[in-house]
Design a protein around this ligand. Structure first.
Ligand SMILES: [Fe+2]
Length: 310
């Protein structure tokens, strides 16, 4: 489970002081020990009981102009600082079942009941309220190929909640949690690792009962555009998709290019042939995903070819 980091008595800190310290060259969120060493900064910010209200009021006074430009999350998140390539700071609201927003929207907008890992590390602290619950698991990323349906050695650790003042370091590609609603509206603060490589690293959704990868949560605009380029592009676009299908440093994007080419083939057998090339790949992910796509196509062949009996 995430590392719980005791911080002892920590004086309150202003957000500016935390940012100044994190901007030091020595802070490296990709290094576990360096990230853990920043825990007292987050604890100090959490001990500042007025800063979040001041920021929220300031946003309201300025029609949430900064949130509109810097915050790609939903209204569950207030972006507190985003000026660096290596980290950002945010506040998250975790409604409980008795809150009206929970009653009207249900639990899914808040990512509750969706067991997942993270393709980034982050520090978190309980700022207000009893805190969201989590069922924590761990797994070994290096032993996983990464395709949906793959068996994973998920080890249950414990069920606990992010209480006020508790600081934890969630480790990328290792800690898995099934996040469950807070008993009452709660707020957490995060220092999030940010990196240009993040879109190329996959975040998984897990089926914790079956101990399987249930899906890949990471999706980039590159993948969406590849599908459009394969179907509607000119020769230049097709060259690009074929190039990505032949070799791309991110095997998830390579596989998307193969799928896009297959989907654009005129006949069922041409689609299978395109995927068969992928199934013969030396890349385990591409080979497994291609074989999975072939099996799905074969299963639905009568419907696709219009020969299924009513
Ligand atoms: Fe999470």
């Amino acid at each position: 489970m995430p590392r719980v980091i005791p911080c002892g008595e920590t004086p309150p800190l202003e957000l500016g002081a935390v940012v100044e310290a994190l901007n030091e060259e020595s802070f490296d969120p990709s290094d576990e020990d360096s990230f853990a060493a920043a825990a007292p900064l987050l604890k100090g910010l959490a001990n500042n009981r007025g800063f979040l209200t001041a920021i929220a009021l300031d946003e309201l006074k300025h029609r949430c102009k900064r949130q509109t430009s810097e915050n790609s999350y939903s209204s569950q998140v207030i972006m507190l600082h985003r000026a660096s390539d290596k980290y950002f700071i945010r506040a998250n609201f975790w409604p409980g079942p008795r809150d009206s927003i929970f009653k009207s929207s249900g639990s899914s907008p808040f990512f509750y009941h969706v067991p997942h890992d993270h393709n980034f590390s982050f520090l978190t602290v309980g700022y207000l309220g009893p805190g969201y619950w989590s069922e924590y698991y761990e797994y070994e990323y290096d032993k996983v190929v990464g395709y949906p349906g793959e068996a994973v050695d998920l080890r249950f650790v414990e069920r606990s909640r992010l209480e006020e003042g508790k600081v934890m370091l969630y480790r990328a590609h290792r800690d898995v949690h099934n996040q469950l609603p807070a008993d009452e509206m709660s707020i957490s603060l995060n220092i999030m690792e940010a990196s240009p490589r993040q879109p190329f690293l996959s975040q998984y959704r897990f089926d914790v009962k079956r101990c399987e990868i249930a899906g890949i949560l990471t999706a980039t605009s590159t993948e969406a555009l590849l599908k459009i380029a394969a179907h509607h592009g000119d020769g230049n676009a097709h060259d690009l998709v074929r190039s990505f299908a032949a070799h791309h440093p991110c095997d998830r994007i390579q596989m998307t290019a193969i799928q896009a080419l297959a989907a654009a083939e005129p006949t069922f057998d041409d689609r299978l042939a395109r995927l068969a090339d992928g199934a013969a790949s030396a890349n385990s992910f591409v080979a497994a995903m291609s074989a999975r796509e072939i099996a799905k196509l074969e299963l639905h062949r009568p419907w696709i070819e219009g020969t299924a009996s009513a």
